[in-house]
Design a protein around this ligand. Structure first.
Ligand code: CA
Length: 704
């Protein structure tokens, strides 16, 4: 294997801070220090960190915009972005200046009152990195601290910018050299350190959370989430203990458990909490053939913020085999448990259960499904361990298993919010089933996804009746969840999944953008829709709010994309034909700006060459496609819109050009790298025949 994790790890040890220029910024902008972060809850004018407060409640005490006047909310300013991929970031606003990251890890600073661009930074991520990311070239946000703006880049750097002018102060390699890891999550500041993990548990990776000195970028501590090769010794007793929950030679496949999104600091417990991803690969047989829980994957882990030492863990999905990442946002809050106030963590991970844990000890308090769950009957009331149904262990039955939820999760990274006024958690939830089937004789490949699953047999059939049924069954919702009673108080249905994150405010409001292209406000207590604005594109990011000189603004980054668009094929259109028109939008009561008209849409007609190959050739191509191609070009060769739809590719009619692109890597600078290390020219040709067959099937059904 050319991308050996161990070789990469050794190289990493030699690479420290690679650019250490002058490190003292002017300090005029982004004057955020520890005292200010600790007081953030009362500071409604500012939104100082990704989740507004370090406990990540995403609740604003501002109430000038409220359920009585939200109907007068109008656009105040907008800014057209220079990327057209999924926009997932929540801006940070400090003293009237907005800092926001966009797709491709670019950063912009605006005057938050009028949208005047103050500076822009582009880390120039090589576009060939795209093949090593599951879920689009996204970035979820920046951190600001003492005159610096921090961003993690898709190609694995942590960059510190001068908040005054956007110039680089330093950058540090934050993933091992040559690793397929990517950074999509927002860094968090805790006690003078920048905390950051990385994505990539669908590849050969070993997850970790690292802390870097905020001033110099030097690594202070690193917490590995899975044990490495025992022969090399463990990096702590917690990993020695974790190794007992694995079997075989798991370290050769990395182990997974990446820390790609949630990092929460609770000043009340002085603990840092983070969620970990699935074990790698998804199919447990290759990674741990004799079973085992595979700690600390699909878990919440608590560590000491000063040292990174292990404090406790709670595993939500033992021996995960469905990609049930626990990376979703962790909220720390004080809620009544059996009549007494208790500091808890609240979590709605991909697996479909809503968990309440004791924040100090990790003790399971309660857990109930907030979505349909078919892989488990429920949770043990004492331990919180799931009661897994036998059919869900697809690698043992040898049969396919269709699970609710699937890998896109009953809830994913889309931030939820908690209102202490209503006591409710507002969850952007998904209903999307997925089939799983163990691959026979699976071996890891050099490039692309490493799941250990068959894909082709479970891809969307062309049969219009089956498609219609799958479309009807795939939806989304906004769920207002009572974490004390463990039940929904109200629910708003959406046509499709992957709607935006939520914001709760003291004005009795919940804001959410939809995949169908609206930005909406609901009454936080009742769920009644009070306002809607058409934003011309699907929304996946979360809104935020701030005030400058006594005027409250509500902001949201819009631009459809992310995993739901790139990977799910025809289901990506469930919310309608949603284009990517990436913009920053800012609203206020009485705002009178108009959104520029959307650019005209190109008309597309399916015009594929005729089917000439034998059925078995296309079938071989289908299996390759669904092991390696579908994650970017969509299930069933139907692309959502952000990535090229291969059914329309000119090279379908030009086998020589198809080989130049897929085998030789002609378009590697666009993200389409060479696949010659994995597939022969004949196999690559079989994929062409599969796509031709799919394009003809859809043309016959009147598809586009
Ligand atoms: Ca995952």
């Amino acid at each position: 294997m050319s991308r050996s994790y161990l070789a990469a790890s050794a190289a990493m040890a030699l690479v420290g801070v690679i650019l250490a220029g002058c490190s003292t910024p002017g300090g005029k902008s982004a004057a955020v220090d520890d005292a200010r972060l600790l007081e953030a809850e009362k500071d409604g004018a500012n939104w100082l960190s990704y989740g507004r407060t370090q406990d990540e409640q995403r609740f604003s005490p501002l109430s000038d915009v409220s359920d009585t006047n939200v109907s007068q909310l109008g656009l105040e300013w907008s800014y057209d972005l220079d990327t057209a991929r999924g926009q997932e970031a929540t801006p940070v606003v400090v003293d009237g200046i907005m800092y926001v990251s966009t797709a491709w890890s670019m950063v912009k600073a605006f005057d938050a009152t009028n949208g005047k661009l103050l500076w822009a930074y582009d880390p120039k991520v090589p576009r060939s990195k795209l093949v090593e990311v599951c879920c689009d070239a996204v970035n979820r946000g920046v951190a600001v601290y003492k005159g610096r703006v921090y961003v993690g880049t898709l190609d694995g750097r942590l960059v510190a910018l001068n908040a005054d002018d956007g110039k680089i102060l330093w950058e540090t390699k934050a993933v091992p050299d040559g690793s397929p890891m990517a950074i999509t999550g927002a860094p968090r500041i805790v006690k003078g350190k920048v905390l950051l993990g990385s994505a990539g548990a669908e590849y050969i990776t070993r997850g970790y959370l690292a802390a870097y000195d905020a001033e110099s970028g030097k690594e202070v501590w690193k917490f590995y989430t899975v044990p490495g090769d025992p022969a090399k010794g463990f990096e702590g007793k917690h990993l020695e203990a974790a190794a007992k929950t694995w079997s075989g030679e798991w370290w050769k496949l990395g182990g997974g458990g990446t820390v790609w999104d949630s990092i929460t600091y609770d000043p009340q417990t002085d603990l840092v909490y983070f969620g970990t991803a699935n074990a790698e690969p998804w199919n447990p047989t290759p990674r741990s053939p004799k079973g085992g829980d595979n700690l600390y994957t699909a878990s919440i882990v608590a560590v000491n913020p000063d040292t990174g030492e292990y404090v406790w863990h709670f595993q939500e999905t033992p021996e995960d085999r469905w990609d049930f990442d626990s990376n979703q946002q962790i909220i720390a809050a004080t809620i009544p448990i059996e009549g007494k106030p208790r500091r808890v963590l609240m979590h709605a991970p991909k697996n479909g259960f809503f968990y309440v844990l004791d924040a100090k000890t990790g003790q399971f308090i309660s857990g109930k499904p907030f979505a349909q769950v078919t892989w488990a009957k429920g949770l043990d009331p004492v331990t919180g361990r799931p009661d897994i149904v036998p059919e869900a262990r697809y690698e043992q039955t040898g049969k396919p298993f269709v699970s609710y939820p699937g890998a896109t999760g009953a809830h994913s990274w889309h931030p939820m919010s908690y209102s202490p006024k209503t006591g409710l958690v507002y969850i952007p939830a998904n209903r999307a089933a997925q089939g799983y089937m163990a691959a026979k004789d699976w071996k890891p490949s050099d490039v692309g996804f490493q799941l250990g699953l068959e894909g082709g047999p479970l891809s969307m059939p062309a049969d219009p009746l089956i498609r219609a049924a799958a479309m009807a069954d795939t939806t989304g919702s906004l769920v207002a969840w009572d974490p004390v009673a463990q039940k929904a108080r109200w629910t708003v249905q959406h046509p499709g999944p992957s709607n935006g994150g939520t914001l709760a405010t003291a004005g009795n409001l919940v804001f959410q953008g939809t995949a169908g292209g609206e930005f909406r406000a609901y009454a936080a207590d009742s769920g009644k829709q009070l306002w809607s604005y058409p934003v011309q594109t699907g929304v996946i990011a979360a809104p935020m709010t701030y005030s400058v000189k006594g005027v409250q603004y509500v902001a949201i980054l819009v631009g459809w994309g992310g995993v739901w668009d790139v990977a799910t094929g025809v289901l990506a259109t469930k919310s309608g034909t949603v284009r990517n028109i990436s913009r920053m939008l800012v609203f206020k009561v009485g705002g009178k700006a108009a959104l520029p008209a959307p650019p005209p849409e190109a008309k597309r007609v399916l015009d594929p060459p005729p089917v000439t190959a034998k059925a078995e050739v296309a079938l071989a191509g289908q299996n390759i496609y669904h092991r390696s191609c579908h994650v970017c070009h969509g299930d069933g060769a139907v692309a959502g819109g952000v990535n090229p739809d291969l059914r329309h590719a000119a090279s379908l009619s030009d086998p020589g050009m198809w080989q130049k692109i897929v085998h030789d890597g002609l378009l590697k600078d666009n993200g389409m790298v060479s696949w010659k290390a994995n597939y022969s020219p004949e196999q690559i040709e079989s994929v062409r025949h599969y796509v031709i067959r799919r394009a003809n099937e859809d043309k016959a059904l009147g598809g586009k």
